[in-house]
Design a protein. Structure first.
Length: 135
């Protein structure tokens, strides 16, 4: 019974991240062949968090203790495109192949007797591919 409790606690902790995230997706059916639809996708994900430290503090288990006084914000964007196939007869997405780029920027400051500021940015490319096989 500990697993459902842990899952519920994690869901509650991650709610702030989910609430700060916006997803925009469009899909266009580009063809149907032998009962399988081909769909081209464009997806944009944005996440903007002004009080990152507050969300991190909420997500931390109580036994981890308190974070030092600090402020931080984060913005993240991801854009991807891809192609999926949907088996119309079986009623499920049978494959998806997507790739894109992301950018994350974090700005923060901390005062532990001395003011410390930090800025970080990282970006990259990513991809995902999966296929469902019926047995």
């Amino acid at each position: 019974a500990a697993e459902p409790e842990a899952a519920a606690a994690m869901e509650a902790r991650m709610g702030g991240f989910r609430d700060a995230t916006e997803l925009e997706a469009t899909g266009t059916v580009t063809g149907v062949e032998e009962g399988v639809a081909t769909i081209e996708y464009e997806v944009t994900i944005t996440c903007s968090i002004d009080d990152l430290m507050g969300l991190v503090a909420e997500a931390m288990p109580e036994e981890a203790g308190q974070l030092p006084p600090a402020e931080a914000g984060m913005t993240m964007t991801a854009e991807m495109t891809g192609v999926a196939t949907f088996d119309l007869g079986a009623g499920y997405l049978s494959s998806i192949n997507m790739a894109g780029e992301f950018q994350v920027d974090v700005d923060g400051n901390m005062n532990m007797g001395q003011e410390i500021e930090a800025n970080a940015a990282f970006s990259g490319e990513f991809g995902m591919e999966y296929t469902v096989e019926r047995r």
